[in-house]
Ligand binder design. Sequence first.
Ligand code: KG4
Ligand code: ZN
Length: 329
Amino acid sequence: MLVLGLETSCDETGLALFDSEKGLLGQVLHSQIALHAEYGGVVPELASRDHVRKMIPLLETLLSQTQTKKSDLDAIAFTRGPGLMGALMTGALFGRTLAFALDIPAIGVHHMEGHLLAPLLSEAPPEFPFVALLVSGGHSQLMAAYGIGQYELLGESIDDAAGEAFDKVAKMMNLPYPGGPNVAKLAESGDPQAFNLPRPMLHQGLDFSFSGMKTAVLNQYKKIEGQGRDADLAASFQEAMVDTLVKKCVRALKQTGLKRLVIAGGVSANQALRTRLQEELKRIAAKVYYAEPALCTDNGAMIAFAGWQRLKAGQHDELAVTTTPRWPM
Ligand code: KG4
Ligand code: ZN
């Protein structure tokens, strides 16, 4: 079965082809980073317009790169939510309409399920059950995943998402959007012990709170001046973030008795987080799994793959186009 995946929930237009026999055939991605850069964040209306502009040319590129014809497609999966309403509508309408024209099924996929399942596309994929840490620009959640669609929420952020905190710290340091990778890069030349930042809720439960951590960075930023301040603050912030995420992951593994941890979403591309998790999980005879960096951030491959999992289970959408900007998983 050949599935076209479409991701348009935010600022990336991602398309991919997943073949149930051969795996991922190819993917194309257009990032709107340059478009939104001067505003310091994503402008929803500009995002929608750009998705509309790019979708058909990107599909043409994908089809020619993979030597596929539209008539070879067996199904279309698009991101139904959560995300920006207008941006979601562009992909949903395009996907549903193309499926209607080709007389094939279409399915709306949960964006975070796409992230959660992306590590299953790797060469040595994890088996169910596992604990999943989903850390993106809009979400920070710990889940127990027992199978496709069988997810139990263990904990989540009560304020900012992890990626959002990275982005806000970047913004205060005048680093370009999206902030996460830029803060991580700056942190490489800083001292992670330079500032003792708070780690809210570290010793209790599986929920997170990142807002105080971010505010503490801002306070230090205003108080101190001089060379090396930004790098030291970036490194100390990343250290506080990694400490918190790792501690909660270990607690979730212990609480559930599971031995596999999957990390997904944009922040799972963070190298400091990956390295620390590898070290810490070895101690408790558990293992961490993640997707290759290009599949950690938004992409069409994860949507094609998650859509296929759902289609395989006999699910598909009705003809009416549905988007769900706020959608618990
Ligand atoms: O999953 P994603 O691409 O989009 C959402 O669904 O939100 O995640 C984007 C988030 C942004 O906040 C970005 O700053 C963060 O992931 N991010 C990182 C890194 N790469 C992306 N944060 C920390 N370190 C990174 N290397
Ligand atoms: Zn995402």
